[in-house]
Design a protein around this ligand. Structure first.
Ligand SMILES: [Zn+2]
Length: 275
């Protein structure tokens, strides 16, 4: 699942390739936009909010429009120079091609492709919580939103983009490991300083990986050394040597160390009086 930093990096790729340029042709390969034509539109800027990509453009008549896309699990945008081979993904996964006289942008396996008025972007992203990768990041608001649903598990709550926007399975698993928190802990059972620390850590981990594609939470960029628990099922914990565990729930995969992230002790049953 692409995380906020991947989406942020993708927005930068589109910004560098397209911003300020006029589109000479567009080719949408999704039914809802099959007849859309963007030739003559000028790309104003490429932005993102949480995991939503927002390509802002001006029509020849000067109206402001946004091409929205979402990467979900496997989506990607690539920019190619003129004449460069489109090698990133098989061509049947192409959902949109945006051409200029220079670079061409190709969107693979994208979801929620739609064109809206830029003034209406809030209808798509207005529900999102504070964005971990934005200058206006607001940790207090993120903690307030997390705390409002005390019965959610912390693993679910960190992924819920309405609480805070940008965390996927990787940063969820790594943050919980580094804080020593069992993924199924109820949010309501975590004290506010713990939530503050967790949100602050997630913020630092994501921001450390903007500007490069290799995601690392350990500080190492070497293969197989970039994470503590994520992607390391059955391998020894880097702290205690215990085998890392993994639980798969559809798109929500969780990795954890059963020793460093212990489940809270169950309350002992009341002693029964002797008959
Ligand atoms: Zn461990």
């Amino acid at each position: 699942m692409p995380e906020g930093d991947t989406v942020w990096n993708t927005a930068q790729v589109l910004e560098r390739a397209l911003a300020g340029r006029e589109l000479t042709a567009s080719d949408f390969r999704v039914p809802q936009l099959a007849t859309a034509r963007l030739d003559g539109w000028t790309v104003v800027e490429s932005a993102c909010r949480g995991k939503h990509l927002l390509l802002r453009m001006a029509t020849p008549a000067g109206e402001k429009r946004t091409l929205h896309s979402h990467l979900r699990m496997e989506g990607a945008w690539r920019a190619y120079d003129k004449g460069q081979r489109w090698a990133a993904r098989p061509s049947h996964l192409i959902r949109v091609i945006l051409r200029t006289t220079g670079p061409v942008a190709v969107g693979y396996h994208l979801h929620e492709l739609k064109i809206i008025r830029t003034a209406d972007e809030h209808t798509l992203v207005g529900h999102l919580g504070p964005d971990l990768l934005k200058p206006d990041w607001d940790p207090d608001e993120a903690v307030r939103r997390l705390s409002a649903k005390p019965d959610a598990t912390i693993a679910e709550a960190l992924l819920d983009q309405r609480n805070l926007a940008g965390i996927g399975n990787l940063y969820k698993a790594e943050t919980l490991f580094l804080r020593g928190v069992w993924p199924w802990t109820r949010v309501g059972d975590l004290a506010k300083p713990e939530l503050d620390g967790m949100v602050d850590l997630a913020h630092r981990l994501l921001n450390a990986n903007t500007g490069r594609w290799t995601q690392s939470t350990t500080g190492s960029l070497r293969r197989f050394e970039t994470s503590y628990v994520y992607g390391r099922r059955a391998q020894p914990c880097r702290r205690c040597g215990t085998a890392i565990e993994k639980k798969d729930l559809g798109e929500r995969v969780t990795y954890w160390c059963p020793r460093c992230q212990k489940a809270p002790d169950k309350p002992k049953p009341e002693p029964q009086p002797e008959p």
